[in-house]
Design a protein around this ligand. Structure first.
Ligand code: MLT
Length: 297
């Protein structure tokens, strides 16, 4: 039976199921040296985005019994996959389980942006009634441009279509998807009214000054993917000039967010990496983790 470390927690039902199967689940949060020592003792480790498993942590696990790393979520950018594979440690994630939750957060941000919900909420709490100032725009008839077209983007596309939006997408491979028009990155940048990012980190921003300059005036930007996909300075300039009417950010270069220019900005709608943080998504993720552990041990 396996000793499993769930360093960023695990859904309670999944924990119970694993224990019913005879496994031991440690939900203590270890950091630094303590994490290195614990990794040398466990058979499997389950993490979310808060724990990074780099070469040092993986080597520590490899000295002991570590056979499996499960990323409870989609992005595996906080895991040194190459080093894990060199040590014959398999790396799994749960890509389908949280797609709807992330797409809902992105969609909620789209509505919040075009109806000024974020700013209206904040200013009403300050005793203000800014009805004229916060006249909004509607999603109906607007174009949503999706950069990347994996599970989350498709789910978001469905919701947008239901709200009467035109949806276009761009991605590296040419692969038609019924009901959506695949186009070039340039067309998405230049014609969309809303642009939502759905790619993994690519080592450099996908949206920087050159891209913002080419966008429609008054475009809205949504990022529920990864913080480093946007050049923050360029975004702030584009917001200041009015090129970008509003941005919604769920993910940041540095989490928790410390950049005051972002968290205090009146045109940025913020959430603290809440994409997958729903009861339902965490329960689905838990079910997938149980299946992965069953397959492995
Ligand atoms: C993911 O990669 O699954 C999302 O960013 C959500 C998360 O890490 O909590």
């Amino acid at each position: 039976m396996a000793l499993i470390l769930a360093n960023d927690g695990i859904d309670l039902k999944a924990r119970d199921a694993l224990e019913a199967l005879g496994h031991t689940v440690d939900v203590t949060k270890y950091e630094g040296e303590a994490l290195l020592s614990r990794l040398a003792e466990v058979d499997a480790v389950v993490i979310r985005s808060a724990t990074t498993l780099g070469a040092e942590q993986i080597a520590a696990g490899a000295k002991g019994n570590l056979k499996l790393i499960v990323r409870a979520g989609v992005g595996i950018d906080n895991i040194d996959v190459e080093t894990a594979l060199e040590h014959n440690i398999s790396v799994r994630n749960t890509p389908e389980a949280s797609s709807n939750a992330v797409a809902e957060v992105a969609f909620a941000h789209m509505l919040a942006l075009c109806h000024n919900l974020y700013a209206a909420n904040v200013t009403m709490r300050q005793g203000k009634w800014l009805k004229k100032e916060y006249e909004g725009t509607e999603l109906l008839g607007k174009t949503l441009g999706l950069i990347g077209f994996g599970r989350i983007a498709r789910n978001l596309g469905q919701k947008a279509v239901a709200f009467g939006m035109d949806v276009i997408f761009t991605r590296r491979t040419e692969a038609p998807v019924e009901g959506y028009r695949q186009t070039t990155f340039d067309e998405v940048i230049e014609t969309a009214d809303f642009i939502s990012l759905h790619t993994p980190s690519v080592g450099q921003p996908v949206l920087g000054k050159a891209e913002f300059d080419r966008m429609k005036d008054g475009v809205f930007i949504i990022n529920t993917a990864r913080g480093d996909l946007i050049d923050d300075d360029a975004l702030l300039d584009a917001l200041a000039s009015g090129k970008v009417a509003g941005a919604a950010l769920d993910v940041f270069r540095k989490e928790p967010l410390t950049d005051e220019r972002l968290w205090s900005h009146p045109k940025i709608s913020l959430t603290p990496h809440l994409g997958a943080a729903t009861k339902e998504a965490q329960a689905r993720i838990g079910d997938v983790i149980v299946d992965i552990i069953k397959e492995t041990f």
